[in-house]
Every structure is written in C-alpha cells, then in structure tokens.
Ligand binder design. Sequence first.
Ligand code: FES
Length: 138
Amino acid sequence: MTTPDGKPDPARPDPFRTVGAAARPGPGVEIAALSDLPDPGAIVRDFREGDALFSILLTRRGDVVRAWRNMCPHARWPLERPDGRVVVQEGRYVICSAHGASFTLEDGRCVAGPGLGLGLQALPIVVVDGRILAAADA
Ligand code: FES
C-alpha cells in the first residue's frame, strides 16, 4: 500500500509480501464491534504478527454479518481504497478498488467485472453481545 503521495506506507505493508496466516486472529478474538460496521456497509480490520499481515473484510446487510479474507480473487489485491474506505454500491455490492469487480455483501460472489464467477474466501465469525469475534474453522 502507498501513502497519498505514492510512497510505501509503513503502517500498512504491501499485502503481496506480508499476507500470512500467522497473523490470523484465533477463535474468540474480537475483530470489531458490531456498531463499527455500517448497515449496509463494509470495513477492513488488519491483524499483524511480526511481518505477517492478515486482513479481514467485514460486511453487513441487515442481520447478515459476514467476514472475508480481504483479498480479491481476481488478482489478489486488497478490496479497500488506498484511504482505507470500502466502496459499497447500491447497498448490496463491495467494489474492488483495483479493477472494479463487484461482490455481494451476503455471499461474497463476484457478480460483475473481472473475477466473474469467483468469490471471496469466507472466514468463520460469531456475533456475541455486539462484538464480532473470530470463530474456529468448521
Ligand atoms: S484485483 Fe480486484 S478486480 Fe482485479
């Protein structure tokens, strides 16, 4: 990732070099407060362990709250814009900031743009007392 002037952003290293499962939050770790997530909307939360970065996209539409690996299946870019915002169109689709692929908030399917027919990688979560927590893989 880069800063607005185009220089590497030390606070958010290049995900191509640093994405790593080592930084994935374990079951029970809070990813975000439910109140942080707009409805409808999407936010990104990053977790770090050493040089590893594990970035999570959270989406919400009504009662449907989902978590995804923040990695577009088209070319593996993160989905958010350089300023950190996630573009949600028509309250239904996350738009990848790299090349414009559209993913549904509810099931992560790519319904338009490059990557059509692919999907985001779902991550297990539970919502407890207004907190979105990582859960164990099934
Ligand atoms: S990396 Fe997302 S559309 Fe190309």
